[in-house]
Design a protein around this ligand. Sequence first.
Ligand SMILES: [Zn+2]
Length: 173
Amino acid sequence: MGHEELLRRYQSEGRSRAAAAAEGAVAAPALHTVVITCMDARIDVATLFGLHPGDAHVLRNAGGVLTEDVLRSLTISQRKLGTREVLLVQHSGCGLATFTDDEFSDELATDVGMRPPWRAGTFTDPVASVRRGMARISRDPFLLKDTVVRGFVLDIQGFGLDEVQPEPSAADS
Ligand SMILES: [Zn+2]
């Protein structure tokens, strides 16, 4: 079982390595930055950006989309732990491009007899989805007005990052 394997790794070296790595780090991220990205198991955020414990907050979900809960965590990160910058990273080959919100909702309704209260947040074009996410952050009333947001699409093969420019309308509003 997967959880047994993970607990075995924790016992053998995970605990001691994690404690040693976090020694001296404080809860407020030293780089004042939040990374929002997909839960895709291939993306090692710490390796990709050279993150050490104490450096940044990392918020992950299916797709790296700006759900209510990501906005909740981002607001707490800014207001209580001093972050000011956001790196939004979605990627090519994302599972969220393989079905639609309606299809997933229908699938669940067929299986369990009711629709979920949330949308899956699927997308066909990660560039457009990153742009939507950046706009969502810039118009959120609870986030700080001087929040610096940069958006990227990660190539899941070569791990190249392509920067996404925000919609002019979103930046002006
Ligand atoms: Zn993904």
